[in-house]
Every structure is written in structure tokens, then in C-alpha cells.
Design a protein around this ligand. Structure first.
Ligand code: ASP
Length: 442
């Protein structure tokens, strides 16, 4: 039996004709790559504009009655140059006319943005000789704006019976009222995951412009190692803390079906990339930590009150105040007579005085103070569960650099340790931890 794969290509993988050629070679080099999900053309060079962004701005002009021929023709030109450079036998002129008409008659910004993937899918299908299947016919949303999984899965399975090889554009589907609706930005990853889940394929390959996940941000760590295997859980922890390659919601449809995601590099297809799996094979776990990620600009609200530990409902009342002000919290480190709430600074910047007043009324504390300028760093690794001494190694590595640790939080799963330091110590802390753990495994 042939292994079947869903292959998704991101915007930079399909930004121009040169990239299209690489993609076609990748797809056609393996019989297993039967279902293809393209993004819209992305940036060709730094400073370039993604077609999706061009569509959003062009539609905004159309809504104000200010759409110019130049704005629309710039989009058309992106596709026509790909078509002519590839020499593929297809004309999208009728499509352009239809889209223009729709733009002028208030089609909505989702429809407008979705045309990026739609047109790219048409070209790719013609170029590689696969059938084109419109995502509006196989991806459906319900009245809450959520994926209608049953309807979508059925439609995808039906399409796969009819088309042995197909290109399905990413990023959009049909809303309950029949109109086109998109996922959030970067949503082609989700389309690929849904198709993979529906068809229960062997692997979901997600092709991008990096060879998988790196252990740390290359802007901070020189030449960080790449991650061979990462579990879905570890990935959630790392992406939450700022590591991005894959849309967060793309994990769920494949995770349920137990399908691994392989992040691969269109510009270096020989690289193994990163495998995202439910459980990593034993041989893949020689490193104690899998990755480090972090974010700056957090604030700590510390509430002190003697005998707090005996006051029933104290924590609930604190959190109710935050909820009322629309503030979600990140961590809740607490002591016997103190409770601290770590929140993103942006969440409290305009209403901190009101929050403090309301906290005063709700729990009558002895003292409340707010400190800003904290960075959080997550050290994530399934290897930490079985290894003693990891925390002490992290702390001594940071201590050797003379950095003061302001907060520590270990998730009860033992999969991560979160460390709070001052914003200015952020990069230094990351380097200290990385240096401590990576040298040992090489
Ligand atoms: N083209 C869309 C975006 O730029 C969706 C995607 O690329 O996944 O967000």
C-alpha cells in the first residue's frame, strides 16, 4: 500500500515561479504526495508585500469607492508573472474580472483575502496536473464560526474518492450562509491539518522556509540546533511563549487522528526537518530540553495580606476582578501571605488604577504593588520529567551570569519551567540556559 501524505506549502514556498518549480519537484518526486494545500504567494524578498495583504488593502480601497486599476493590477501581475515564467497553459483573466466585480459589489474581506489561495491553487493544479478542488466546497463553518467537522470531513472524503490527486487552496471555506469565510492569518496550516485528519493520511508535511523548529530564536542564539522530534504538548508550550512556525490551531485535527506533522524546508528538501508527534520515540530523547522560548513585557501584581492562606475565596475574588476588566493571567505564583498575578503589560496599561481600586474593595489587602518590565522564559522538554537536577542546572547557569530571577513556575506536568527575569536580562538568560544544556548533548 502506498503511504499517502497531505502536503501544505506556505507563502514563501510559492512566492514566485522559481519557488513553484521547487514545489512541483517536491510533489512529483514522491507518489505519496497526493493532496496539496497551497498558501497565497508570500514575500519574494524582505520588504515585499504578501498577496494576502495586497488583497486586504485593495478591498479596503474598494469599500471606500477608491479602488484603482493599479491596486488591482499589482495583484494580477503577481499571478501573471508566475504563469508566464512557468509557461503553464492557463489564463486567469475571467477569474480576475469576476473578483474585481465582487470587490466592487461588497463581497466582504474574507472573500477578498481568500482569492490569494484560490488563484494560487488554480495555477499550481494546472502546473503539476492535479485536479483543483475549491476549499469552499469541502471546508465548512457552523453558525458559531467554528469548523463544522462532520460536514467538512464528509465532503473531503467524497472529494478524495473522485480525485486521486488534488490541490485544495488553504485558508478558507464556506460559512453556514454559503459565503466565503477565512481562518485567522496563517490559516492554510489549519486547512492542511483538516484534510490530513479527514483522510487519515500517514503524514502531514508542512513545507516552509526553515528546516523545522529550532531550539531557540536564532535572533538571540547563534545558529541554534534544530529539533528532530517534538511532542504536540511541547509544541503548545513553546508556541504559546512565542516560537512560531505553525498556526496554533493546526495541531488539533491531526493530533486526534495521531498523524505526525513534518515541518520541512522547500529550499532544502533533503533536510529531515522536525517531526511533531504524540509521543517521541525513545531514541529521539537524548536531550533533556527540547526548546527555549520567551516573551518580554509582563507585569506582576502582588497582593499581600496577613493570614491570606486562611481566607476562603481570596483567589477567586482576585481573579473575578481581573475577569471584570478583561485581563487574562499567565501565572499565579503564591506564598503564604502573598498572591502574585503575572499578566501581559498590554492588558493592564490603561486600567491599572481601576484594577487596583477594585482589588482593594474585593479583598481588602494590606498592600498591593505592581512591577512591570518582566520577561518570561519557558524551558520546555519531555526529557525533564525523568531527569533529576534540571531545575538546579537552569538556576545555576543563570546565577553564574549574575542575573536575578524574579519568578519561577514549574508546570505540574514537569514539562516546562518558566522563569521570570527583567526585560534587560532576557537574551542573556536565554543564552545561559541554552549553553548549559546544548553542549552536553553534542
Ligand atoms: N495567506 C494567508 C495569510 O497570509 C494564510 C496563510 O498563508 O496561511 O495569512
Amino acid at each position: 500500500m502506498v503511504t499517502i501524505k497531505v502536503v501544505k506549502f506556505g507563502g514563501s514556498s510559492l512566492a514566485d515561479a522559481v519557488q513553484f518549480r521547487k514545489v512541483s519537484e517536491i510533489i512529483l518526486s514522491e507518489d505519496s504526495r497526493r493532496y496539496v494545500v497551497p498558501s497565497a504567494p508570500g514575500k519574494r524578498f524582505s520588504g515585499d508585500t504578501k498577496v494576502t495583504d495586497m488583497l486586504y488593502s485593495c478591498y479596503a480601497l474598494a469599500e471606500n469607492g477608491e479602488m484603482t486599476d493599479e491596486a488591482f493590477d499589482a495583484i494580477r501581475e503577481r499571478y501573471d508573472s508566475i504563469i508566464s515564467e512557468l509557461g503553464v497553459n492557463i489564463s486567469l483573466n475571467n477569474e480576475y474580472e469576476e473578483i474585481k466585480k465582487q470587490f466592487l459589489s461588497g463581497c466582504g474581506k474574507d472573500y477578498a483575502a481568500s482569492r490569494g489561495e484560490y488563484l494560487n491553487g488554480k495555477i499550481l493544479a494546472a502546473y503539476i496536473g492535479y485536479d483543483f478542488v475549491d476549499a469552499a466546497e469541502v471546508i465548512f463553518f457552523d453558525t458559531d464560526g467554528k469548523l463544522d467537522e462532520e460536514k467538512s470531513f464528509n465532503a473531503i472524503r467524497k472529494a478524495a474518492k473522485k480525485h486521486e490527486r488534488m490541490v485544495i487552496p488553504g485558508f478558507y471555506g464556506s460559512n453556514f450562509d454559503g459565503k466565503v469565510k477565512t481562518f485567522s492569518r496563517g490559516g492554510s496550516d489549519i486547512t492542511g491539518s483538516i484534510i490530513a485528519g479527514a483522510l487519515d493520511v500517514a503524514v502531514y508535511e508542512n513545507w516552509t522556509d526553515v528546516s523545522g523548529f529550532l531550539m531557540a530564536d536564532p535572533r538571540i542564539i547563534d545558529n541554534p540546533r534544530s529539533i528532530d522530534y517534538i511532542t504536540y504538548h511541547e509544541l503548545r508550550e513553546l508556541s504559546y511563549m512565542g516560537a512560531t512556525v505553525l498556526h496554533e490551531d493546526a495541531i488539533f485535527p491531526v493530533r486526534r487522528a495521531g498523524i505526525p506533522i513534518n515541518i520541512k524546508n522547500t529550499n532544502a528538501p533533503q533536510d529531515a526537518g522536525t517531526m511533531i508527534v504524540a509521543e517521541a520515540p525513545a531514541r529521539a530523547s537524548k536531550r533533556v530540553i527540547t526548546g527555549i522560548a520567551g516573551k518580554k513585557e509582563f507585569a506582576v501584581i502582588t497582593i499581600e495580606k496577613d493570614m491570606m492562606n486562611q481566607e476562603l475565596g481570596f483567589g477567586r475574588r482576585v481573579l473575578e476582578v481581573l475577569e471584570k476588566h478583561g485581563v487574562s493571567f499567565e501565572h499565579l505564583p503564591s506564598g503564604i501571605d502573598t498572591m502574585s498575578v503575572v499578566v501581559a503589560e498590554s492588558m493592564i496599561k490603561n486600567n491599572i488604577n481601576d484594577i487596583i481600586n477594585d482589588l482593594g474593595k474585593a479583598v481588602n489587602p494590606d498592600n498591593i504593588h505592581v512591577e512591570t518590565g518582566m520577561a518570561l522564559i519557558a524551558v520546555v522538554g519531555r526529557g525533564m520529567i525523568a531527569t533529576r537536577g534540571t531545575a538546579s542546572r537552569i538556576f545555576s547557569a543563570i546565577g553564574k551570569e549574575g542575573i536575578n530571577i524574579r519568578m519561577i513556575d514549574q508546570g505540574s506536568s514537569e514539562l516546562n519551567i518558566i522563569i521570570g527575569v527583567q526585560n534587560i536580562d532576557f537574551a542573556k538568560t536565554m543564552r545561559a540556559i541554552y549553553g548549559e544544556f546544548v553542549k552536553e548533548a553534542e
